[in-house]
Structures are given as C-alpha cells and as structure tokens.
Design a binder for this molecule. Structure first.
Ligand SMILES: NC(=O)c1ccc[n+]([C@@H]2O[C@H](COP(=O)([O-])OP(=O)(O)OC[C@H]3O[C@@H](n4cnc5c(N)ncnc54)[C@H](OP(=O)(O)O)[C@@H]3O)[C@@H](O)[C@H]2O)c1
Length: 290
C-alpha cells in the first residue's frame, strides 16, 4: 500500500483473525485487537497474530489508520458510535465492517467501508486458507472504497462493488449458497438414516456426490448441471419418494418446495411440456395433500 497504515481490529474472532493473518503475511502493520473484557485473558488460537489484546477499543483506535469492526453484526453500529463519541478516530481513519447484510453507512457517513468476504468461516484456521480465494463485496463512501480496493489489491483478493441498498438480496443469496446447503445435507443424512445408513457413513458417501455437483456447476452452469428425476421427468420415481416420506412432514414439504423450483430449471433445460405438467401435478398435489 502507498503508506503503511496501522490496522486495528475490534472483535478478534474467525473473520478478524483470518483477515489479520493474511494481512500480516503481506507485511501489513497489525497493531492489536480489542475484545470483550471477559475475553482479554489468554489469547485463543488464531489471536497470536495480534501483538496485544485489550478491552479498550478507544485507546486502540486512537493509534490506527484502519479499524476493522469484526464483532457480531448487532454490535457493529454501537462500537462505531462509541469510537466517534469518544473522539477515538484520527481525522482520516477508515472504519470497516465485514457484515454482508449491513451497508457501510451503519458506521457513519464518511470514511467508511464494508468489505464482506463471500465465504463460510466456521473455524479460524480453515478460514485463513479459504479467505484467499473468496470474493469480497465492497460498499462505502469514496474514501472507504479507495481503501478497500487498495487493501484487496495488496492482499491479492477478488473484489467487486455492491450497491449498498441491495445488500439484503445479496446476503439472502449467500444464506442459500452456504447455510441452506449445510441444512440440506443434514436433511439428506436424516433420510439416509431411514435407509439404515449411519450419519458418518452417509456424510462420507455424500461428499463425492456434492463435489461432483459443484464440478458440474463450475463447468456447465446452473441449468446444464441439473440431473436427477425432476430433470428427467421421472414422475414415478418422484411419487415413490413422496410416498416413502409421507410421515416426515417437514422433510417432505422441503422436498416438494425445492422440487417445484427445480422443475422450473428442468423446463429451461428442455423438459417437455407434458412431462413438466405431470411433474408439476405430482409435486403440487403432494403439497396440497400436506
Ligand atoms: N463467519 C462467517 O462465515 C462470516 C463470513 C462473512 C462475514 N462475516 C461477518 O464477520 C463478522 C464477524 O463474524 P465472525 O464469524 O468472525 O464472528 P465471531 O467468530 O463470533 O467473532 C466475533 C468476535 O467479536 C468479539 N466480540 C463480541 N462482542 C464484542 C464487543 N462488544 N467488543 C469487542 N469484541 C467483541 C468476540 O469475542 P468473544 O469470543 O469473547 O465473544 C469474537 O472475538 C460479522 O459481521 C459477520 O457477519 C462472517
């Protein structure tokens, strides 16, 4: 970067530790992290990247040019407010958060940046490796965006800009891509258990299937990647599934709702109008019958 800014973090959790680690790898100047008073004691794994931990974000921020607030979403605005109220910020300091839902403007109207990694970070060490390939979605005022682009370039990250007023759509999409994928796998494992397959064997066996689907998506896109009974118009197979799941109300309605959405993709892939109509009837009747 042009200058060598001092970078501080408030909230040294998974995202904070992973970001600080890749910044340190590139020689950026991480000065410390502020956390909750009850968490200041011994550093947790991942927090070694911070020269020190403090419970005083105000003192920390006074020495920083860039302050990342990587706490849970609901605390971001009040921490930013406190830093401003207590005059902790240098005149040109940039405040940053990493939430995918909130716009940068929850930090203030000047020198603000939101820098959301479109990634699932379940543990800091996995996050540190995965974050390098993540796409970062940026919004902010001009000074914030300039800093965000600079940081992303220095760190070798993929980045793009998102309209701040539309982040709810973007973040809901992220929930589908990641959180609901995990939920779907869990639901699949529950069904496999009904076939006498343990959850651990089921997961091991499901992963190559999931990975092959991801490869198909990568190579072919979301229409051509679709396979399976809905895409083929195999009505009898879908009826068999619905019959078997009759007693599993939640799983059954999940299967049907997703089936209806899948059917629209199948139509785009070339399912005949007659096969489409019959499959629609099977899935819809299932839904009305409960
Ligand atoms: N995890 C993801 O997959 C992911 C992906 C993209 C973006 N994000 C965003 O990144 C941000 C951080 O998420 P995360 O998953 O890293 O959360 P996290 O692992 O729970 O870390 C949050 C950190 O903030 C600390 N903290 C909580 N309240 C605080 C306060 N009042 N003052 C100072 N520190 C405080 C926590 O300390 P304690 O441990 O003591 O509570 C913890 O170290 C969120 O805005 C989230 O939406 C997360």
């Amino acid at each position: 970067m042009k200058d060598n800014p001092s970078i501080a973090f408030v909230g040294p959790g998974k995202v904070g530790c992973a970001l600080a680690a890749i910044m340190q790898e590139k020689g950026l100047n991480i000065i410390g992290a502020a956390t909750r008073p009850e968490s200041v004691g011994e550093k947790k794994p991942g927090q070694e990247v911070f020269p020190y931990l403090t419970s005083d974000p105000v003192r920390l921020a006074q020495n920083a040019d860039i302050i990342f607030i990587t706490t849970p979403d609901d605390r971001i605005a009040s921490i930013a407010e406190k830093l401003k109220k207590e005059k902790a910020l240098k005149p040109e300091a940039i405040l940053v958060h990493t939430s995918g839902h909130h716009p940068a403007s929850i930090l203030g109207d000047k020198n603000v940046l939101a820098m959301h990694p479109l990634l699932s970070m379940a543990r800091w060490d996995l996050a540190r490796e995965n974050i390098k390939s993540a796409w970062f979605f940026l919004d902010g005022d001009q000074a914030g965006l300039e800093k965000g682009k600079d940081l992303a370039e220095v760190l070798g990250l993929n980045w793009t800009i998102i309209e701040s007023g539309k982040k709810a759509f973007y973040h809901a999409a992220a929930v589908l891509f990641s959180n609901y994928l995990v939920a779907l796998v869990n639901a699949g494992l529950e069904l496999q258990q009904k076939a006498g397959i343990s959850k651990s064997t089921g997961l091991k066996a499901a992963l190559p299937l999931i990975e092959s689907t991801l490869n198909n998506l990568h190579e072919l896109g979301p229409v051509e990647a679709l396979t399976g009974p809905v895409a083929r118009g195999d009505k009898g197979t879908v009826e068999g599934h619905l019959k078997a799941m009759k007693e599993e109300k939640g799983l059954c309605s999940l299967y049907r709702e997703l089936g209806l959405y899948t059917l629209e993709i199948a139509r785009k892939k070339g399912l005949s109008p007659e096969a489409y109509r019959q499959m629609l009837k099977t899935l819809e009747e299932g839904i009305t019958r409960g």
